[in-house]
Design a protein around this ligand. Structure first.
Ligand code: FES
Ligand SMILES: [Fe+2]
Length: 441
């Protein structure tokens, strides 16, 4: 049907531009959910969200309501949040503990944590001679086709075929390695709960913005300047003493000017993943950092500690639904709700075994940059809404990704932005290349 309506489907995406319908068309959205979000590996949550047997978290994968639950022997299951009887959602709450079984609130069918039917009220008399026998798999809650966990980060794929998680993630695993390795204990722990923001735009606008290195010093300049003014006053008062690092988190939006963002680099991988290198200098020589380095050195030895703390990434995008800032233990999961409505879950993590001030640093970044209360996030949200509204208009047909097009460096399927071209739109081109591949299959 879609092919009939949009005759040249392949023509929606060109190497340096994309048709506006890609963002605004309801049928394209439905196909994206089917071909992308309900097929590829999608992040469900972290194992520390469900530490005890029976703990569960509900999560949306594409259009499917799902439940991530801790079962017998510590196994993490991902099930469709649907009763096989008459379709009732099994869990109405966002999270909780279901005890030793799931019990449907409608007619009290009960299920194990792996979805297998336990009991139906008066099953013998009610179902004798019907198709609903205990060994009929239709009586069970349906499972996600595949579930895998990488260093505690749980992903599910609703398609039985496709690359294994490790192969799918490729080099983007650095997001999870970098985050976990920075913990002296080698693990992170989620900080309950997350912020949830619904933006009035297509989901792809969020992902494109994450590695858009040109926008921060424009969109967030006013906030950066204000923070920098205060930072200067505090520096004068401190007479050479340290100013809290949290001011730097905001002032960097003004002090790292557009031209400086060109010094960074984006590296783009198959499946649409992307890494933005460079960082705003988070290894100061203040007492908190030095104390942390001591703990890290004890845990890993000097050489390995230097390797870990020397990892130079600002942002990793795991297409199509995850944005990770590993040096500060931040993670945002993108859940499309409709063609013009997108939920983001904004999480942060604690490094196991790290001193408390290091956690406070992560919390400060979470609150100051990523939370819905900050001006940084608010400025982005305004642009998302405005972009979507403009794209839905008749004012033009194309979205341009031409910045530094033709200057990318490609080697063995990996595309890097050229030297001094950190603001290249290579990440958007790469995402759309992956998108087109999924959609045309
Ligand atoms: S709908 Fe779940 S038991 Fe009837
Ligand atoms: Fe931004």
């Amino acid at each position: 049907m879609l092919r009939e309506r949009i005759a040249d489907f392949a023509g929606l995406v060109e190497p340096d531009r994309v048709r506006k319908e890609v963002y605004t068309d309801q049928e394209i959205f439905e196909r994206e959910m089917e071909r992308i979000h309900e097929t590829v590996w999608i992040y469900c949550g972290h194992v520390s969200q469900i530490p005890k047997t029976g703990d569960y978290y509900t999560v949306q994968i594409g259009r499917q309501p799902m439940i991530m639950v801790r079962g017998a022997g510590g196994k993490v299951n991902v099930l469709y949040n649907r009763c096989p009887h008459r379709g009732n959602m099994i869990c109405g709450d966002r999270h909780g503990n279901t005890g030793d079984q799931f019990r449907c609130s409608y007619h009290a069918w009960t299920f194990q944590h792996d979805g297998k039917l336990k009991n139906i009220p008066m099953m013998e008399s009610g179902y004798n001679g019907t198709r609903f026998t205990r060994d009929n798999p239709d009586c069970n809650m349906k499972k996600a086709a595949r579930v895998e966990n990488y260093r505690g980060f749980v992903f599910a794929s609703l398609a039985k075929d496709g690359p294994a998680l490790k192969e799918f993630l490729g080099r983007s695993v650095v997001a999870f390695d970098d985050m976990c390795d920075r913990a002296p204990g080698g693990e992170v722990e989620v900080v309950p709960n997350c912020f949830r923001v619904i933006q009035h735009s297509n989901w792809k606008l969020f992902l494109e913005n994450q590695l858009d290195a040109l926008h921060p010093s424009v969109v967030h300049q006013s906030t950066g300047r204000a923070a920098h003014e205060v930072e200067k006053i505090l520096a004068r008062k401190a007479k050479g003493g340290a100013v809290p690092l949290s001011y730097h988190m905001l002032s960097a939006f003004a002090t790292v000017t557009i031209d400086k963002w060109d010094d960074f680099q984006t590296i783009n991988y198959p499946y649409g993943h992307c890494i933005l290198t460079g960082y705003m200098g988070l290894r100061p020589q203040d007492p908190d950092t030095l104390a942390y380095e001591k703990v890290m050195e004890k845990a890993y030895g000097k050489k390995r500690m230097e390797e870990i703390l020397g990892v130079n990434i600002h942002h990793v995008l795991v297409y199509p639904g995850l944005s990770v800032q590993s040096p500060l233990q931040q993670l945002r999961a993108v859940r499309p709700l409709g063609v013009d409505r997108t939920l983001t879950e904004i999480w942060h993590f604690r490094l196991k075994g790290a001193p408390e001030p290091i956690y406070r640093r992560s919390l400060a970044y979470y609150n100051l940059v990523n939370s819905p209360a900050t001006l940084i996030n608010a400025d982005d949200l305004e642009n998302f809404w405005k972009c979507h509204a403009g794209l839905a208009s008749d004012g033009g047909d194309w979205v341009s990704f031409a910045r530094h097009h033709g200057r990318d460096i490609e080697e063995k399927g990996v595309v890097s932005s050229g030297p001094k071209m950190g603001t290249s739109e290579a990440p958007m081109r790469n995402q759309m290349k992956a998108w087109a591949k999924y959609m045309h299959k």
